[in-house]
Design a protein around this ligand. Structure first.
Ligand SMILES: NC(=O)c1ccc[n+]([C@@H]2O[C@H](COP(=O)([O-])OP(=O)(O)OC[C@H]3O[C@@H](n4cnc5c(N)ncnc54)[C@H](OP(=O)(O)O)[C@@H]3O)[C@@H](O)[C@H]2O)c1
Length: 284
């Protein structure tokens, strides 16, 4: 069985590659730049661009199931021709896909998948724990500015999102379902910072930024007005799963989801010294 991973060099995708290898299947990784990518031994690596469906034939050939991101490009713009990508998947004989959901509205590729004969499972994660890598510099300096510091969020470990995807892609089930994927507990920013302090032994003075300052910061980072409004809505009117943990990870994988403390323990070196931490802009 060959499983294709799009976004294989990304935050969720690199964990998915590992989980699929552990399940004993052949893993094929799609990347626009194989020369820059580094993957575990034994995986197939194919060049392709989801924004250019004509580049995907080799990547899709002989694949049973595929994990799809819904964007194409650095700015997370939706894949422009979702129908063409789905047409290529069907022509190659792919029967099942997992879709990593972005915004609350369905993207073009999701709509094309829903209208097709593919069996699909939408993975709808809440806020990634990896977003907290944006705090790296602040934690090192002992001064952090953040907004909405008392809003709880059921932050999820990226590995758990990938574990759910791997299970569905290899063993099936959850056909035509949307799975909310959360961590085991809802923690405010204040509580997450306290966990980082306990694990790293560093004191961090947290200052609350007013919403307007946060919006200005996001805009300065280059986010569009739509993105800013989406991110603000996630803070002021979050979906229920962002407030109340779901048991999806345990139900689908048989394992308890990883806690924020475990995530910080894995990344303690990043918060404590000069290992590269943040990958740049905050991610949605
Ligand atoms: N951060 C959060 O809290 C959060 C929460 C819920 C949902 N999400 C969603 O999660 C998704 C981001 O996932 P992530 O953080 O794992 O991604 P990421 O780390 O930003 O990785 C980006 C990946 O996309 C690939 N890519 C980009 N454009 C491509 C194209 N045109 N063709 C083929 N591949 C392309 C890149 O591959 P190459 O560069 O190797 O080609 C890379 O592997 C977004 O849809 C976001 O809305 C995020």
């Amino acid at each position: 069985m060959t499983v294709l991973v799009t976004g294989a060099t990304g935050t969720v995708g690199h964990y998915l590659v590992d989980h699929l290898l552990a399940l004993g299947v052949t893993v094929r990784c799609l990347t626009r730049t194989p020369e820059k990518a580094s993957f575990p031994g034994g995986v197939e690596v194919v060049r392709g661009d989801l924004g250019a469906p004509e580049s995907l034939d080799e990547a899709f050939d002989g694949v049973s199931s595929a994990h799809l991101i819904t964007f194409a490009g650095e700015d997370y713009a939706p894949i422009p021709d979702g129908s063409a990508v789905v047409g290529k998947l069907l022509a190659a004989g792919v029967s099942r896909v997992s879709l990593l959901k972005g915004d609350s509205s369905a993207s073009l590729v999701e709509e094309a998948v829903f209208a097709s004969s593919l069996r699909w499972t939408v993975l709808a994660p809440v806020e990634f724990m990896a977003n907290m890598l944006e705090w790296t510099d602040g934690v090192r300096k002992g001064r952090l500015e953040e907004g909405f510091v008392d809003v709880p969020s059921t932050v999820v470990h990226e590995s758990d999102i990938a574990k759910v995807a791997a299970r569905v892609l290899v063993h099936g089930g959850y056909d035509n379902e949307t799975l909310w994927i959360t961590g085991p507990e809802a923690l405010t920013v204040r509580e997450r910072v306290a966990v980082i302090e306990q694990v790293t032994g560093r004191a961090v003075a947290l200052t609350e930024l007013p919403a307007a300052a946060l919006e200005a910061q996001w805009t300065a980072y280059g986010f569009s007005a739509d993105d800013v409004s989406f991110m603000l809505q996630m803070k002021t009117n979050p979906p229920e799963a962002s407030r109340i943990p779901r048991d999806t990870v345990r139900r689908v994988t048989g394992h308890q989801p990883l806690s924020f403390r475990e995530w910080v323990q894995e990344h303690a070196g990043v918060f404590s010294n000069n290992q590269p931490g943040s990958r740049g802009l905050p991610r949605r």
